[in-house]
Ligand binder design. Structure first.
Ligand SMILES: *Cc1c(COP(=O)(O)O)cnc(C)c1O
Length: 509
C-alpha cells in the first residue's frame, strides 16, 4: 500500500511525537522517500495537504521543513478507518482512546438518528431532558449509589477543572478555605487547559505554560516499572504511599485534593500499577481529610477490565471477592469520565461526586453556589450516544467478553513480548503495552514505528519507547493475531533501520 504524498508546494505539519529527538530528520526523510514514491498523490493525499493548510492540528509540531500530511480518513467501519483512496487501517488505539464499539456502530447510529429527530440541544440551566437524567441515573447505579449528581461538560480537561474547582469550593463552603493546593502523581496527565496542566507532570505539555499555572505537589508514581531487585508491584505502591503520607502529614491543612489516574497512567506511557495503591490512597485521604479525585477519562468504561477502574481498588491484603460491590466508603470523592463514555462519538465529559459534596453547596448565598457551566453542558445527542453505549455494555455482556478479547490480545502479542528488545511487558484489561529497548528503538522511534505500522494497515502511536495497543472492543481472535503479526513485523523493520547506538534516552510521554 502507499501513503499519502503531499504535493511539493505544501508545507504541512507532522505530528509531534513527545519524546522524539530533534536530531531524527535524516532517517525520517529516508523513510519518507521509501514510503512515498512521487506517483502516490491520491485523494487522501490531496485532503491531507488541504488540511495542513486550513486546519491547525492538535498536538502537532509545525516543522519548518514540514513534509508529512495528516492521514485523511473518509469513513469508519468497526475497528477500521478507511482513507479517501480506500486503504484500511486497524484503529489499534481507538482514535486516541475514545472509541469503544467500533466506528459507525449501527446501534449508536440508530440512537443518534432518533435523538436528532427529537431534540438536538437545550440548555441545562433551568431546563432538563431525558437523556441527561437517564444517563446520570444509570451511572449512579453503576457505582452502587456511592457517587452521583453528574455534572456535565464536554471535554476531559473541563471535567478535571470542574473536579478541582468543586473540591476547593467544598472546603471553602465548609470553612476550610486554606485548602487550595492539589497533589498529583509523577508523570500524571489530566488534560491541557491551564487548570488541568497544573496537575499534569509531563514536561512536554506543561513546561511552556509553567508561568501560567499554579503547580501542584508532585508525589511518587506507583509505576511498577520502578521495582528494585526483589520488589513487587505492591512494594512499589507501598513506597509511593509512604511518600504521599509524608506530604499529607505536613500540608493536609492546605491541600484540597489528590488526583490520580486509577491503575494506568496512560499518557505517561501506559504506566501500570498495583491496585493496592488506590486502596491505600483512599485511606490516607480519609485520615488527612483530603479529597480523592479519580480521573477515569481514559481508564473508565471497561478499559481496565471493570467498568470503572476504581472498582479494583482493593489490595491483595483485603482479599475481597471482586464480585462483591466496593463499599460506598471505598469510592473516590470525585470521578471524572469522558473519552469512551459517548462510545467515541461526541464530546461528553462528566464529574460524579459523593452525596455530601453537593450538600455543602446548598445555600441561599450566591458565593456558595457552583456557578460553573459550558454552553453544551449535557448535550442530548452526546448523552444519548452514552446511553446507547451503556446499553451495549449490558446487552452484549461486554466486560465478560472482553476478558476473552484481552486474552487474544495477550496471546497475539506474546511472540513480540518474548523478543529480547522488548521489556516491561504489561497488560491491564484491554490495554497492552511494552517498552522497546532504547538502543534497538533508535532515534525518532514513535514516528518511524507509526509509519511502518501504517504501511501494514495499523494505526498506532507509540509514546516514547513504549509501544501500546488499546483497541475498540470489536475484534475477533483472527484480527488480534493479524494485529500481533503486523506489529512484530513493523518492529523488525524499524529496528533493522537502526545502525548507530543511542547515546541517551529521555523518558517522556
Ligand atoms: C485525555 C485525558 C484527559 C483530557 O481529556 P480531553 O478530552 O482531551 O480534554 C484528562 N485525563 C486523562 C487521564 C486523559 O487521558
Amino acid at each position: 500500500m502507499r501513503l499519502p504524498n503531499p504535493p511539493a508546494h505544501s508545507t504541512p505539519a507532522s505530528p509531534v511525537w513527545p519524546g522524539a529527538h530533534a536530531g531524527g530528520q535524516r532517517s525520517r526523510r529516508v523513510l519518507l522517500e521509501h514510503l512515498s514514491p512521487p506517483d502516490s498523490v491520491g485523494l487522501a493525499a490531496g485532503l491531507g495537504a488541504r488540511s495542513a493548510r486550513a486546519v491547525w492540528h492538535p498536538c502537532t509540531r509545525l516543522r519548518p521543513d514540514g513534509n508529512v500530511a495528516p492521514l485523511a480518513i473518509a469513513r469508519g467501519e468497526g475497528p477500521w478507518l478507511i482513507d479517501a483512496d480506500g486503504q484500511r487501517y486497524f484503529d489499534a488505539i481507538s482514535s486516541w482512546w475514545v472509541n469503544l464499539f467500533g466506528h459507525a456502530n449501527p446501534a449508536i447510529n440508530a440512537a443518534l438518528i432518533d435523538q436528532l429527530q427529537t431534540l438536538e440541544h437545550v440548555m441545562l440551566a433551568g431546563c432538563t431532558h431525558e437523556p441527561a437524567v437517564a444517563l446520570a441515573e444509570r451511572l449512579t447505579a453503576l457505582t452502587g449509589g456511592a457517587l452521583g449528581h453528574a455534572f456535565y461538560a464536554s471535554d476531559g480537561a473541563s471535567a478535571v477543572e470542574i473536579a478541582l474547582k468543586m473540591s476547593f469550593h467544598y472546603w471553602r463552603n465548609t470553612g476550610l478555605s486554606a485548602k487550595r493546593e492539589f497533589v498529583c502523581l509523577r508523570d500524571s496527565y489530566h488534560g491541557e487547559t491551564v487548570g488541568a496542566l497544573a496537575v499534569t507532570d509531563l514536561e512536554v505539555f506543561r513546561d511552556a505554560y509553567d508561568a501560567l499555572t499554579r503547580r501542584a505537589h508532585v508525589v511518587m508514581s506507583p509505576d511498577a516499572r520502578q521495582a528494585r531487585r526483589g520488589e513487587s508491584a505492591a512494594d512499589v505502591a507501598a513506597r509511593a504511599l509512604a511518600e504521599l503520607e509524608a506530604l499529607l502529614r505536613e500540608r493536609a491543612g492546605q491541600i484540597a485534593a489528590l488526583i490520580v489516574e486509577p491503575l494506568v497512567q496512560c499518557a505517561a506511557g501506559m504506566a501500570m500499577y498495583d491496585p493496592s495503591y488506590l486502596e491505600g490512597a483512599r485511606a490516607l485521604c480519609d485520615r488527612y481529610r483530603v479529597h480523592l479525585i479519580a480521573d477515569e477519562i481514559a481508564v473508565g468504561c471497561g478499559r481496565t477490565g471493570t467498568f470503572f477502574a476504581w472498582e479494583q481498588a482493593r489490595g491483595a491484603a483485603s482479599n475481597q471477592n471482586m464480585d462483591e460491590r466496593l463499599p460506598a466508603h471505598g469510592w473516590p470523592d470525585f470521578l471524572c469520565l469522558s473519552k469512551g463514555i459517548s462510545g467515541g462519538y461526541l464530546p461528553l465529559s462528566l464529574v460524579l461526586s459523593r452525596p455530601e459534596i453537593q450538600r455543602a453547596f446548598v445555600a441561599d448565598e450566591l458565593a456558595r453556589s457552583f456557578l460553573h457551566s459550558h454552553s453544551y453542558t449535557g448535550n442530548p445527542l452526546a448523552c444519548r450516544a452514552a446511553l446507547a453505549t451503556l446499553d451495549l455494555f449490558e446487552q452484549d455482556d461486554v466486560l465478560a467478553r472482553n476478558r476473552e478479547r484481552a486474552q487474544w490480545l495477550g496471546d497475539a502479542l506474546a511472540p513480540l513480548a518474548a523478543d529480547a528488545r522488548v521489556q516491561h511487558v504489561r497488560q491491564q484489561g484491554m490495554i497492552w503495552a511494552a517498552d522497546i529497548d532504547a538502543a534497538a528503538a533508535g532515534t525518532d522511534f514513535p514516528v518511524r514505528f507509526h509509519r511502518a505500522a501504517l504501511a501494514r494497515g495499523v494505526l498506532v502511536r507509540p509514546i516514547g519507547h513504549t509501544l501500546y495497543v488499546m483497541p475498540p472492543y470489536v475484534f475477533d481472535a483472527a484480527q488480534a493475531r493479524w494485529l500481533g503479526e503486523q506489529l512484530f513485523a513493523a518492529l523488525n523493520e524499524v529496528t533493522a533501520q537502526v545502525t548507530e547506538p543511542e547515546p541517551e534516552v529521555r523518558r517522556v510521554a
